[in-house]
Ligand binder design. Structure first.
Ligand code: HEM
Length: 229
């Protein structure tokens, strides 16, 4: 076994992969939420459609997309490895597990939270991403150039109450998942500093509330403005 495979198979190596893929996904979500803010622009989707074309055709962004797919898959696969390792290390669970006094709810339920987010992701990617890449999408022309009208797909999708509800509820779970993930990644990477840790913690808290709240506001905004059209 080389040192690389040895490291990847050790508990620390697995935790490192979880932390690094998790932090990369946090960066991805920051970019994703920022770009999607164009949905609020009220221009009939022009800026959003132009942005979507850029994001799916620019070679540098494509490379980032591949890194995102690898990170999503790596994060899921290694979470399963770690859970199985933890179970085999402690086949009989603690007889006195003192619930909330031992650890935060989100930290004890990362697997459940992750699974809910995975279900959300499957519905989300099938509804938008797969359609953008392989589906039949009506075209729209701006300034003589043709674009896929992804905005139409998104706004039609969010007319459905069940989908809006799924997005809003999933974003609450995403917030809890991120809140533990953020702290846990910094701990794994040993980024604990007397002076800076409280500031990092505060930024993490703001992030875990703001990003899911903005994501949740998108389907709500599109749904309720659709009644006024
Ligand atoms: C209301 C909130 C959201 C909206 C409106 C939205 C919209 C979209 C759209 C339109 C696409 C396809 C565009 C493309 O292929 O570039 C996409 C892709 C994607 N979304 Fe979302 N999204 C939302 C929230 C989320 C969340 C919370 C996650 C993760 C937990 C997520 C993960 C992804 C991923 C991984 C892709 C594929 C990105 C790529 O190909 O590079 N999205 N999203």
């Amino acid at each position: 076994m080389t040192w690389v495979t040895k490291t990847l198979n050790s508990t620390l190596g697995r935790k490192l992969i979880m932390a690094l893929t998790g932090l990369f996904l946090i960066l991805f979500l920051t970019g994703h939420v920022s770009g999607n803010l164009l949905l609020f622009k009220g221009d009939g989707g022009q800026a959003f459609n132009m942005y979507a074309k850029f994001m799916t055709t620019n070679p540098a962004v494509k490379l980032l997309s591949y890194l995102t797919y690898i990170s999503v898959i790596g994060h899921i696969v290694y979470s399963i490895f770690l859970t199985q390792h933890n179970k085999s290390a402690r086949p009989v669970s603690y007889s006195t597990s003192n619930g909330s006094s031992n650890s935060a709810w989100s930290s004890r339920n990362m697997g459940v939270l992750g699974t809910i987010i995975l279900i959300f992701l499957v519905v989300h990617l099938q509804g938008f991403w797969a359609k953008m890449h392989w589906g039949e999408i009506p075209m729209v022309t701006y300034e003589g150039e043709e674009y896929k009208n992804l905005y139409l797909i998104v706004s039609e999708a969010f007319k459905q109450v069940w989908l809006v509800a799924l997005y809003v509820v999933s974003m609450i779970f995403l917030g809890f998942h991120l809140s533990h993930g953020f702290a846990s990644a910094f701990q794994t990477l040993g980024l604990n500093h007397k002076k800076y840790s409280p500031a990092i913690k505060a930024v993490g808290m703001v992030y875990c509330i703001l990003v899911p709240a903005l994501f949740a506001a998108m389907p709500l905004y599109i749904h309720f403005t659709s009644y006024t059209k």
